[in-house]
Design a protein around this ligand. Structure first.
Ligand SMILES: Cc1ncc(COP(=O)(O)O)c(C=O)c1O
Length: 389
C-alpha cells in the first residue's frame, strides 16, 4: 500500500466553505443559469491599462530574473514616496519589504514573530487565512469575538483579557474583511500602546487602504514605528493575480526577514514589481480613485437595499468592498441558507462560517464586486427568495 504520510498540521487546515459555493456557482453557470457573484473578494475591474502596459514592457525588456529577496530597491523607494505623498510620512525604504501579496507578508511576519506553542490574538469574524498560517507554524491563533460596539475590531481591553505568557502578537485589519469597518485611530493607538507595553507586536493589515469612503484614510505608521504594517497591490491597485504586496517593519527585523524571504520565496515576482512601479504613479491613481468612487456608489446602493429587505447591518461599513450582514430574520443556518439562495436564485454569497465561529451562522458577507446593474438584479432575486421561503 502506498504510504500517505501527511503532517497533522496540514490536515488541520480548515477549507474555505465559499469554495463549495463557488463550485456550485460554476456548475449553475455551465447549465446556462445567470449567476450573481457576490462571494468574490477581489475587484471585478481588470488591472488598469498603464499597469498592464508596464508589465508587458518589463517582459519585452527581459525583466525575467530574480530580484533581491526584499524587492527591487526602486520599488521600495517608490513605496516610501507613496507614504510621503499620501500621509506626509517619512519611511526609510530599508524598512519596506516587497512580498508575494499580503499573503506573503503575513507569512513572513508570523514566521518572524511566532515559535511553536506561541499564540497570536485575532478578531472573530476576521480574515480566515491568518489562523491557518499560525497553525502551519504550530502556533495557536486565539480568536477574540468582536462586536458592533467596537466596530468589529479588537480593542485594548479585549486584547488585555486574552493576553497570556505565550502571546507574542495581535493582528487587526483596517478596513476589515469581512465587515468593511475601519478601526478608529484612537482605538488603534490604545491597542498599540498595550501591545508595546507587553513587548509584543501588533500586525496591522492595511490591504484595503485606499478603499475608504468617508473616514480619513490613515496608516498605523502615523502612530507607531514599532508595528508590522501589511499592504498589497491586490485591492485598491486591482492587481490580485499579480501576487505582489509589501510590509513595513521595525528596522530591527529587516535582516531576519531577508533571511526568511530568501528561503521561503527567494524573491517577489519580477514582472509584477515593474508593473507595481507604474501602479504607484500619480497618473495611475486617477484611474484607481475613480474605481474607488464606483465602489462607494455600489455600497451606497447595496447597504440600504439590503436593510430594506430585512438584513441587519450593525455598523456601516466604511471601506473595502464588503457588507457583513445578519440574516437572523431569515435563518439560523446561514451556510445552508446561502446554498439554497444560490440554487434557487443564482446569487452567490459567502457564509459567516468562513470568517470564524462567533455568531457565524447568523451572518453572511456580500461583496459588491459587481456592477450596479448586476447588484440591482441580485437584490431583486434575494427579495424573491425571501418571499418564497
Ligand atoms: C484582510 C486580508 N488580508 C490579506 C489578504 C490577502 O491578499 P493578497 O495576498 O492578494 O494581497 C486578503 C485577501 O482577501 C484579505 O482580505
Amino acid at each position: 500500500m502506498t504510504s500517505r504520510n501527511q503532517s497533522r498540521r496540514s490536515e488541520a487546515l480548515s477549507p474555505f466553505h465559499v469554495m463549495d459555493i463557488l463550485a456550485q456557482a460554476k456548475a449553475l453557470s455551465q447549465q446556462g443559469r445567470a449567476v450573481y457573484h457576490m462571494e468574490v473578494g477581489e475587484p471585478d475591474f481588470a488591472t488598469a491599462k498603464p499597469i498592464v502596459e508596464a508589465g508587458i514592457e518589463a517582459l519585452r525588456q527581459h525583466q525575467t530574473h530574480y530580484t533581491p529577496a526584499l524587492g527591487l530597491p526602486e520599488l521600495r523607494h517608490a513605496i516610501a514616496e507613496y507614504y510621503d505623498r499620501k500621509f506626509s510620512l517619512v519611511i526609510d525604504p530599508k524598512r519596506i519589504i516587497v512580498t508575494p501579496g499580503a499573503s506573503g507578508a503575513l507569512q513572513l511576519a508570523m514566521i518572524c514573530l511566532l515559535d511553536a506553542g506561541d499564540n497570536v490574538l485575532l478578531a472573530d469574524p476576521g480574515y480566515p487565512c491568518n489562523k491557518n498560517i499560525a497553525r502551519v507554524l504550530a502556533a495557536e491563533a486565539v480568536a477574540i469575538p468582536v462586536t458592533a460596539e467596537n466596530y468589529y475590531q479588537l480593542d485594548a481591553r479585549s486584547v488585555a483579557q486574552h493576553w497570556n505568557s505565550r502571546t507574542r502578537a495581535a493582528m487587526v485589519a483596517t478596513p476589515s474583511n469581512p465587515t468593511g469597518t475601519v478601526l478608529p485611530k484612537a482605538q488603534l493607538a490604545a491597542l498599540l500602546q498595550f501591545v508595546e507595553r507587553k513587548q509584543g507586536r501588533l500586525i496591522v493589515d492595511e490591504i484595503y487602504q485606499g478603499l475608504v469612503y468617508e473616514n480619513d484614510d490613515y496608516t498605523a505608521l502615523e502612530i507607531s514605528d514599532e508595528c508590522f504594517v501589511i499592504n498589497s497591490f491586490s485591492k485598491y491597485f486591482g492587481m490580485t493575480g499579480w501576487r505582489i504586496g509589501w510590509m513595513v517593519v521595525p528596522e530591527f527585523y529587516v535582516d531576519t526577514i531577508d533571511r526568511i524571504a530568501q528561503n521561503i520565496f527567494l524573491a517577489p515576482p519580477t514582472i509584477s514589481q515593474h508593473a507595481a512601479l507604474t501602479a504607484l504613479k500619480k497618473e495611475t491613481q486617477v484611474i484607481l480613485d475613480a474605481r474607488r468612487d464606483e465602489f462607494k456608489q455600489r455600497r451606497d446602493f447595496l447597504l440600504p437595499a439590503l436593510q430594506q429587505l430585512g438584513f441587519d447591518v450593525a455598523v456601516k461599513p466604511q471601506g473595502a468592498f464588503y457588507i457583513y450582514a445578519s440574516c437572523e430574520k431569515f435563518t439560523d443556518d446561514s451556510f445552508n441558507w446561502v446554498k439554497k439562495l444560490l440554487t434557487e436564485q443564482g446569487v452567490a454569497l459567502t457564509p459567516g462560517i468562513d470568517f470564524g465561529s462567533h455568531l457565524a451562522n447568523k451572518h453572511c458577507r456580500f461583496a459588491y464586486t459587481q456592477s450596479l446593474e448586476k447588484l440591482q438584479q441580485a437584490v431583486d432575486r434575494i427579495d424573491a427568495f425571501i418571499k418564497n421561503n
